[in-house]
Design a protein around this ligand. Sequence first.
Ligand code: KMH
Ligand code: ZN
Length: 275
Amino acid sequence: MLKNKVILTCAPTGAETTRAEHPGLPFTPEEVAETAVAAREAGAGILHLHVRDENGISTQNPETFRKVIDAVRKQTDIVIEISTGGAVGDTPEDRLRPVFEVMPEMASLDCGSVNFGNEYIVNTLPMMREFAAAFEKCHVQPTLECFDPGQIASSRQLIKEGLLKPPFFYGLAFNIRGAMPYSQASVDAMLRQLPEDADFTLVGIGRAQLPCQYLSLAIGGQWRVGFEDNIYYHKGVLAENNAQLVARATRLIREAGMEPATPAEIREYFKLSNY
Ligand code: KMH
Ligand code: ZN
C-alpha cells in the first residue's frame, strides 16, 4: 500500500451507461481525452477505459482503443487501465484482443460469472487462465475485478497455479443489480478472502459509490468513481461531469490527511511497463 496515498481511479464511460441516462457521457476520443485531463487535474491517477463506436455502442475493437488512447496520451500522463470485461455478451476472444494489440499498462481481469442486471457475464476458470497468461505475456498489470466473495477464491486458484503474481490489485464491486449488494458485512466478507498484502479498491455502483469511499477511508482501500458506476452527485441530482465526482473524492481524501496517488507513483508502485 502506498503510504498516505489513495489510488483514485476514474471510470468515465463504462459499457452500459447511456447518453439517455447522462447526456454528458464521454465516448468520442476527444471527449474521453478531455475527461481524462479534467479527471487527472482533479486527482485521478488511473483511467478505467471502455470505448464506444461512433454510435455510442461498446466495442472491444483494438483500433478504437488505440484512437482513444492516442488522444488521451497526447494530453495527460494518467495511467490507462483498459477493460477486458467489455460489455455483456462480448466473446472472450474479442475482450482479450486489445491486450495483445494495444498492450496497455493495466487492464481489468474479471474473476467469475455473475448476474449483471437482466444479463449475465461469464468468466470460467479456463478463460481466466487464458486472460492471466496474456496479461503476463504482455506485461499488463491486472485489476482483479470481483463481484462476489467466491470470485476471490477463483483468483486465489490462479495465484496458487502461479498464473497471477504480486502485486495483487483487486476491484471489489458492490450493488450491481442481481449481484452482491453493498453493506459493511458484504465488504467484510470480500476482504476476509483477499490474499495477504493485496490492495483493493471498492467499486460502489449507484448510491453505493459514496458510502464505499467513506468506508474505504477507514479500512485502507483505494477508490473508484465515474459514470461507469454512478452518474449522480446526490440522490436525484446528476453529476455535472466525471471530474466533479473525482474532485469530491479528492477533497475527502485530503480531509483525511492523505493525497491521491499520482500516475508516476502508481507506475512506480506497480512497476508498470507499457507507458
Ligand atoms: N461491463 C461489464 C459487463 C470490467 O470492466 O472488467 C463488465 C465490466 C467489468 O465493466
Ligand atoms: Zn469496466
